[in-house]
Design a protein around this ligand. Structure first.
Ligand code: BES
Ligand code: MN
Length: 470
């Protein structure tokens, strides 16, 4: 990066941080209809920022199938002989309530010891803003131009279904076409230790509804003669794993890719840091899960079946001698290469129907179409350039990670772009989706530099490639 670029970034740090805080103050919770106006406000704010830095064709894209707009912008004046980079991020956030254990108001950024606490800080407003401020810096450094063509798309439904993005990609794929897509989401392993995500797990979600008697009953009149649906659900749920933590659904692991011992040995470089982070962040009494796999592998290359919540019966204060009529569990499975979401869903459903006792009625309700896992080419040129960018800015070699989370729209992008790089600037300890979510502020500034450096590298590599061809 040139001296001017570095100076511009240094001089604007305070403003960059203020802008991140402004975006964070907007509670853009996509899953709760009551926050629709907030999600809209965040979209409007991002549109203004894109216009302000020099992006063109800026607009909000809505679809009847969706709930919240995509924020879209392009700058294509570099010319058709130059590559196009697509930058994806999401500006929606997970719900947050003080009662979940927040120490400060989730939507009032709270800075202490170089960290900024707020919902959406880590997931994923730091990533959105890093890309935005990197583009602003590049426009400034190149007299109002960019060194290649850029398309920006910020999604407002990543945390809750991605309907608009899916519909837009299906109908207008050409507007997302690019040589390289940067998925600006996800995290590095530790604040001081950069890592690059080379895989994301897929996901399916469903609910199990168990119905016993037609209505709640007096537990004295009927207790002992009716199979309590909460108990029946607990029995069903308990049967879904064996004693060692394997999922018992027949065929569940059939398509799971077996990675080579060499590949696994190379990933193992991350294990000491990964395990330490597990103990610090999860801090459960002991690890759990499939034998024969490291914690990184259990969360990265092995599929899971997770109970996200369950309810039934009387849960308020005091005693109520009731025999409840129904119970519900919310479940999601994380998928890995080469599992097919529909197929896994069908097997899970068939198994649940097979093990449900005849004393209750069971219904499985699928929540969405699911998303397949993603495994990127670790040797792809863009991946190398991304690693170089992180290494330069963090001054540390990059580790490779198979991430456990999912970014469902990645599947829709893959056929439209040449290469995909997943770039996150938050860290694994940032408590995404939990209370006291936070970022390390320094990593926001490093993120801006890394994102800008990556684009500069792509641009100069493309220029060098062209020179070599002519
Ligand atoms: N940022 C995460 C995805 C992620 C997590 C990527 C960890 C890499 C590492 C994203 O915002 C997210 O939480 N996605 C959801 C998708 C789901 C709601 C379909 C997830 O993974 O639970
Ligand atoms: Mn998330």
């Amino acid at each position: 990066m040139t001296q001017t670029t570095l100076e511009f970034m240094a001089q604007n740090q305070a403003r960059f941080l203020e802008e991140l805080k402004t975006l964070i103050r907007i509670p853009s919770i996509s899953t709760q209809p009551a926050h629709a106006a907030d999600v809209q406000q965040a979209a409007d704010w991002l549109v203004d920022r894109l216009v302000e830095i020099g992006m063109t064709e800026v607009e909000q894209i809505r679809h009847p199938a969706g709930r919240h707009p995509l924020v879209y912008g392009r700058w294509s004046a570099a010319g058709s002989d130059r590559p196009t980079v697509l930058i994806y991020g999401h500006y929606d956030v997970q719900p947050a309530e003080m009662a979940d254990g927040w120490k400060t108001d989730p939507f009032t950024p709270h800075i202490i010891d170089g960290k900024l606490y707020a919902r959406g800080s880590t997931d994923s407003k730091i990533n959105v803003m890093s890309q935005l401020k990197a583009l602003e810096t590049l426009f400034h450094a190149n007299q109002g131009r960019l060194p290649l063509n850029v398309t920006v798309v910020f999604e407002g439904e990543e945390e809750s279904g991605s309907e608009t993005f899916e519909a837009f990609a299906a109908a207008h794929g050409e507007r997302l076409r690019a040589d390289v897509a940067v998925i600006s989401d996800g995290s590095i392993i530790r604040p001081e230790q950069p890592s690059l995500v080379c895989g994301l797990r897929g996901i399916i979600s469903f609910e199990i509804h168990v119905q016993g008697p037609i209505d709640d009953l007096h537990s004295g009149h009927y207790g002992g003669s009716v199979h309590n649906p909460v108990q029946a659900l607990a029995e069903i749920l308990a049967a879904l794993h064996d004693a060692e933590g394997r999922v018992t659904v027949p065929g569940f692991y059939d398509e799971v890719r077996q990675f080579s011992p060499e590949r696994r040995a190379a990933w193992a470089g991350i294990d000491p840091i990964f395990d330490a982070a597990w103990h610090q962040v999860a801090a459960a009494p002991q690890p759990w899960g499939e034998p024969g796999y490291s914690l990184h592998e259990r969360t990265g290359i092995r599929p899971t079946l997770e109970i996200n919540g369950f309810y039934g019966g009387y849960t308020a204060e005091g005693v109520k001698t009731v025999l409840p009529a129904r119970a519900v569990a919310k479940i999601s499975c994380r998928l890995v290469p080469d599992q097919i979401p529909r197929q896994v869903m069908a097997r899970v459903k068939a198994h649940l129907e097979a093990i449900a006792p005849p004393t209750v009625r069971l219904e499985v309700i699928e929540m969405d179409m699911g998303a397949a896992a993603v495994y990127l080419d670790e040797q792809a040129p863009a991946m190398r350039l991304a690693a170089e960018a992180y290494e330069t800015i963090w001054n540390q070699p990059v580790l490779l990670e198979m991430a456990g989370g999912s970014v469902p729209i990645t599947n829709a992008l893959l056929p439209l772009v040449g290469q995909v790089v997943i770039m996150g600037f938050t860290h694994r300890g940032g408590r995404a989706h939990g209370p006291n979510e936070h970022i390390v502020i320094e990593n926001y500034f490093r993120g801006i530099s890394t994102a800008a450096l990556f684009i500069e590298k792509l641009a100069s590599q493309a220029a060098a490639g062209k020179a070599a061809h002519s």
